[in-house]
Design a protein around this ligand. Structure first.
Ligand SMILES: [Fe+2]
Ligand SMILES: [Fe+2]
Length: 508
């Protein structure tokens, strides 16, 4: 190794191994890379890696050129082995000592570790392991996090030769570099998992504030992912050239989970609304009508008393008062029945609206004898809502959830891979024809990902089973509505067809 060009190529090789190790973040691929780089560096026929999991070693990767040539694949099953002297890897992990065996044939049974598992494997696979090197992988805290084992370093003629001392030194140092890369990769995936559970639990908690929305974000995320998978699978049709990478899929999934996070800013009273006024409010109104009824009866008694006192009382006059009172109380009862009818969402005629407006102006007296109209202007506005159960301001409050979604998500310092989440999540109520909210965006300004969420969101809202007061629409009806919305130019027609033909709904 004193030749300077050899040294230069060694440094170059080591550098490129370093780059390969630090640029791979998927743990599975990283472990494969470590074994293959160390094998190619030491010209080893075989190699394997074990990672410490609690008090065991997990056998993660096995590579072997001879077996691969023979069987096409290396027969390998991931397994857990104890950290003890019954195996080479166990011994290395236990003691931190490396093992370098130049020739296994020359080794007896008096080693501090057992070679029987290895010899048994050789016998079963008809292999002949001659040289072997097993090194501990130490991380930046000097903890042993695993073991790399290399078998049969080969010379130019393909014959096994011992691992020489400079090789051992470099493998040891690369193993530690690999250990740091493994720790980083585990840390990154732990942080990702932590973030994901924070997102999904928050979204589920916010959904659970109302039985109307419980489970909604979970189901929307499932539908969205199924749609995205169908897009990625498409080899013909409008999506044949569209492909979402793993990172884009993850970003989309998180956006779907978070699309309604802004509902945290909408009052539960509004989210939970079934009728136009709350039950408490209706009970209060009913008690006012009771007061009006008692007042009418009281007035009749006063009138009869006045007749008696004035000496003009007669049975006919009393009967007349009774008739008038009965008519008055019946009218009050009918007015209340009208209030209760109009409280439920549903069609009503202009005559009923007129009767209610007239009834609202009638008054009752409170405990101090002060007169009040029996319906407040606010009650009347609610009861006269023509479609659904929400007033304009309540509808505005519900629609404001997308603004809250944007406000909340914009404050989160997303990593570059997730940077579009706020935009994707906050435009899920925009419609391609510009009739959506909050921005009245038109097709060209609505991201593809938001269109996917929009289709899933509407389907889920129509078919949700956990809305206690609203029966779910059957699949066929919901699908017909989606097609109708696409025909009107609101939803992306290609996505709607993909949703239907790809049986996306089966994911929920
Ligand atoms: Fe929404
Ligand atoms: Fe939603």
């Amino acid at each position: 190794m004193d030749d300077s060009s050899d040294l230069r190529s060694l440094v170059k090789r080591l550098n490129s191994i370093g780059v390969a190790l630090s640029s791979e973040h998927s743990l599975g691929r990283l472990l494969e890379t470590i074994v293959s780089e160390l094998r190619s560096f030491t010209r080893s026929d075989g190699g394997s890696i074990y990672i410490k999991k609690d008090d065991k070693l997990s056998f993660e990767v096995a590579q072997n050129d001879t077996l691969e040539k023979r069987f096409g694949v290396v027969p390998f099953k991931s397994s857990l082995i104890p950290i003890d002297t019954r195996s080479i890897a166990g011994y290395v992990a236990l003691t931190g000592n490396l093992i370098n065996i130049p020739d296994l044939n020359a080794v007896g049974d008096d080693t501090p570790y057992s070679l029987s598992t290895m010899r048994e494997f050789d016998r079963k696979m008809n292999l002949k392991t001659v040289s072997m090197l097993a090194v501990p992988m130490r991380n930046h805290k000097d903890e042993i996090i695993g073991v790399v084992q290399l078998m049969n370093s080969l010379d130019d003629d393909g014959h096994p030769v011992p691992y020489d001392s400079w090789m051992v030194e470099i493998v040891s140092s690369l193993a530690s570099q690999a250990a740091v890369a493994i720790c980083n990769s585990i840390l990154i995936s732990d942080i990702k998992r932590l973030f994901e559970s924070l997102v999904t639990y928050s979204a589920q908690a916010i959904d659970a504030r109302s039985p109307h929305t419980a489970g909604h974000s979970l189901r929307v995320s499932k539908l969205v992912m199924r749609q995205a998978e169908a897009i990625n699978r498409a080899t013909e049709g409008p999506f044949r050239d569209v492909y979402l990478s793993n990172e884009e899929m993850n970003e989309l999934r998180m956006a779907a989970w978070l699309h309604d996070i802004g509902k945290i800013g909408v009052r539960e009273y509004v989210l939970d609304k079934v009728n136009k006024l709350s039950d408490d409010r209706i009970a209060l109104i009913a008690s006012r009508f009771d007061l009006m009824r008692s007042e009418a009866v009281g007035k009749a008694a006063e009138r009869k008393l006045a007749l008696l006192v004035g000496g003009t009382y007669s049975a006919e006059k009393a009967a007349e008062i009774d008739r008038e009172t009965a008519a008055e109380t019946e009218r009050i009862t009918e007015d209340l029945a009208l209030v209760i009818k109009l409280n439920r969402p549903g069609p009503f005629g202009p005559d009923e609206a007129e009767r209610l407006t007239a009834a609202a102006a009638r008054t009752y007296r409170d405990g101090e004898g002060i007169e009040h109209p029996c319906l407040d202007p606010d009650d009347l506005e609610h009861l006269l809502v023509a479609r659904g159960n929400l007033t304009d301001s309540e509808r505005g409050e519900i629609q404001s959830h997308v603004r809250h979604t944007l406000n909340i998500l914009e404050k989160i310092p997303f990593t570059q891979e997730l940077i579009n989440i706020p935009r994707f999540a906050a435009t899920h109520h925009e419609m391609l024809d510009g009739s959506g909210y909050p921005g009245n965006l038109r097709a060209e300004d609505i991201p593809f990902q938001s269109r996917i969420i929009a289709v899933a969101d509407i389907y889920e809202a129509l078919t949700a089973k956990d809305r206690p007061y609203k029966p779910p629409l059957p699949h066929e009806t919901a699908v017909a509505i989606l097609r109708e919305e696409a025909k009107k130019g609101k939803l992306d027609g290609d996505l709607v067809e993909l949703f239907i033909n790809g049986n996306v709904h089966e994911s929920i």
